[in-house]
Design a protein around this ligand. Sequence first.
Ligand code: ACM
Ligand code: ZN
Length: 752
Amino acid sequence: MNLILFRALVLFFVMIPGSCYYAQIKDISPVLPSPVVYKRAKGNLYLPKKISLNKDAFPEHMIAQLDTLLEKIHALETVDTRGKAFIRLRKLKNVPKDFYSIAINDYVFISYSNEKSLFYALESFIQLIQTEEDIKYISKAFIQDYPKFEWRGLHLDVSRHFFTVAEIKKYLDIMAFYKLNIFHWHLTDDQGWRIEIKAFPKLTSIGAWRDSTIINHFTSEPRQYDNTVHGGYYTQEEVKEIIKYAQERYITIVPEIEMPGHSSAALAAYPEYSCNQKKQSVPGVWGVFDNIYCTKEETFVFLETILEEITDLFPGDYIHIGGDEAPKTNWEYCINCQKTIQDNALLNEKELQSYFIKRIDRFLLKKNKKLLGWDEILEGGLSPNAAVMSWRGMQGGIIAAKKSHYVVMTPGSHCYFDHYQSKSKSEPLAIGGYTSLEKVYNFNPIPSGLSSTEAGFILGGQANLWTEYIPDMNQLEYMAYPRAIALSQSLWCTDKPEFKSFSKMLYTYHFPLLDILEVNYSNSSLKPSIDFIGFNKGIRIKVNSKDSSDVFQTNISEDGISKNKTFTLKANHYFDVQAKKENTVKTTITFKNLKNSITSNVTLKNHLGLGAKITFETAPNPQYNYTQSVLTDGQYGMRPWRGHEWIGFDSDNIVFEIEFEKKKKIKTVNFSFLKSNGSWIYLPNELNIYKPSRKREKLFAKSTIKTEQTEIKINRRIRKLRFKISTHKKIPIGFPGEGHTPWTFLDEIEFN
Ligand code: ACM
Ligand code: ZN
């Protein structure tokens, strides 16, 4: 949408009395994340153009940032005074960690407990300022605030795509504005090594550059490449500059140096530290690679020399050493690795991985640092001082916390911001999955079932931005915001407001702020959404809008024949399109109020099972079960896959029944599965179709599954069918997700 128009619209809502949007939310703090206490008093405090304060009471960098933001957002400035200041300070003792309070009365009175909390108070102060016809004011109020979790992280993968120093600084600026305090800097991966290491210059002269990068989704065939060199790295001087910049924003940087896997770029530079020692180039394709560090002695010398430089550079407590997705294929046949297993009386390659991490842990301990790794570091036994970052759900974190290890929760379900954020077909290409704003908002890093002592080991949470499909800053901001604000809300707030009031505050006040800060946030969550639902005669098009007063105009074209209709939207408005043999239904919907036009295309395939009732005996995983009707809605799950379009199971036996309204003659059933082994999604082994019966089921048909599309003949008049699908018990060794039950993804089941 045109951002200026959007801002004008928001001002319109804020400023018109009566119809005023702001009037409904004035008792909610405009500050995000929401403060612990926000109490309104009568009246407003009007701000002078020059806000006086005693500058000696603030660190110099804090005043510089305050000035920049006040000028940029509010066209205000500060002046130094020795006398009665407009912003007055008081230092407190014996309050919660990072506590501050702000009393807005005839002036602004900030109480703070430490430098960081004074910074947080100033960020809140900036967000409290409102505008009415160029007049700046703050509603009189009293605020008390402090964070719930100490780890409020945002990660950035600079390996898959490189981001400049200026871009990293902007990323840190916006994090600080929303009180996120950990920047997890993913500095190395297969597709590029991004930090200067003085002892090993080839890491950046060779490892920081790739010849070409895959275009489109990595599962799309045939694979195509851009044939353009991509790369870059940060010199140690630049790293120091970024560390200082982060410190001035009270953000701790956690650098990640990946080992033993995701090390192709390093091994392209120094193949002598791999098992096969073969020369290879930096890959331009995404995935998990067999070529990992060899566990011979020389490799440890190499890695410890690198970590020596890393620990000297970064002042934070934690060093992240990766540990995820390390296939053991090469270790199995490598004589050096097998010797390490024998010499150290290890049972297998899993224990070898644990041995690897333990050695690195001992080294980091000597350097007075703490080791942090992805939850795979639990395999083969957790190293005594290791902290765990739980990404494959929360289970790894639960196990670690129960063993009294510190944990950061970053489950794929709520914290992977490389997933799609809306169901709209116009979302830009992403890796897959579906992580909506509301889902992020509801994230709670403390899972049920932990004692309060165990829960005490959960440091907090973090969102991850893997950049395979995020080539530039624009796209990065689009994927990060506003979800990162919802994340901050879920990690900061003691008692967060309802999602509805949060989203109103977000749309009316923070989107315009983000516009001023030139952040390319996504307004997907604001846009009305359209669902296409199968029913027995065709397809139901359901429009969901945030604002029930929206008027919309729609153009539907069926097989090229166009119809225009204007609707005043009621809650859950829908209209039906009758099915023909194969319908192409295209809708263009324009919302008058929001000047917000969205287009959705859908191809409807008519078949005898449209809208049939499904009863699952095996529950689909809730992460991939957005609507059951997906399986019989006449639309096939798209490739590359999107989370909400498929039903996903994580059991090795899947049972469900499908029932029609009445008996029908069914000749064939066509199943459509998804195969995406890199995402742990496999074709199942076998499919059986039965006539359901309480006493004795009768087998109608049976088929082994060899391809994504499988047609099974049944040739019967039936009303109800029972399906049993069996999958591989475990993903084979050497493949991503080895040892786990594979995912089975299904959509659609077509009856003819
Ligand atoms: C990960 O997403 N491989 C930690
Ligand atoms: Zn080896």
